[in-house]
Design a protein. Structure first.
Length: 211
């Protein structure tokens, strides 16, 4: 059973805790967490933030969703998990960096091009959520040529969508304020599942680089 396997995995994790990690866990317990980065990533099981960044426990505050989208800021009585994570990370934890990380072979991005085909009964919420990547899809479709391959089109959309989510982040008052006064930095990443390489967006060149 999957649950039993994961519980066994936890037992093995506990058995392998080193003195250094034990001290780290004790400090995190007594002093609380002080992550420097809010990592907004996709739910995809192949993209694990702490592993791909080699980050330790307590380094990242992670929020994951289908497609690593950021819904624009709204004040309403509805429930907004992503917005709550952003508010808490910025206002309470005072992170100094927010990363929106897209990735290769993203099912959500591919789903943007099949959105009308999704069954309303099975994917009602998914279809609505995918709307957050619509502008990236539309802009990519305007720029491609007949020679553009499907993989190239999806790669462009994955990257452009991550960049556009930074614009949505700037609709949050606490984010905008801290970015403008230099306390907070926003970054768009793209992770390649095949190679394990993460590239980041350079706003000066408009390209993703891994330097």
């Amino acid at each position: 059973m999957a649950n039993d396997k994961l519980l066994q995995g936890n037992r093995e994790f506990v058995e392998k805790i080193t003195d250094e990690l034990d001290e780290k866990l004790a400090k995190l317990t007594s002093e609380g967490q002080e992550p420097t980065t809010l990592f907004i990533g996709c739910c995809d099981s192949r993209v694990v933030p702490n592993i791909i960044t080699n980050a330790c426990i307590g380094d990242l505050f992670v929020s994951r969703n289908i497609g690593n989208f950021v819904a624009p800021y709204v004040c309403s009585k509805d429930f907004h998990a992503g917005a709550a994570a952003i508010e808490y990370a910025v206002s309470s934890l005072e992170v100094t960096n927010i990363i929106v990380c897209g990735h290769s072979y993203c099912g959500a991005i591919e789903g943007l091009y099949k959105r009308d085909e999704l069954d309303d009964k099975l994917y009602k919420n998914t279809k609505r959520w995918l709307w957050l990547g619509e502008s990236a899809k539309e802009d990519v479709e305007k720029s491609i040529t007949p020679k553009t391959t499907k993989r190239e089109k999806l790669d462009m959309t994955e990257k452009l969508s991550a960049v556009y989510q930074l614009e949505n982040l700037m609709t949050y008052p606490m984010v905008k304020e801290r970015v403008e006064d230099g306390r907070l930095e926003l970054n768009a990443w793209h992770y390649d599942i095949e190679t394990g390489v993460a590239s980041h967006y350079n706003p000066k060149t408009g390209e993703f680089v891994n330097e």
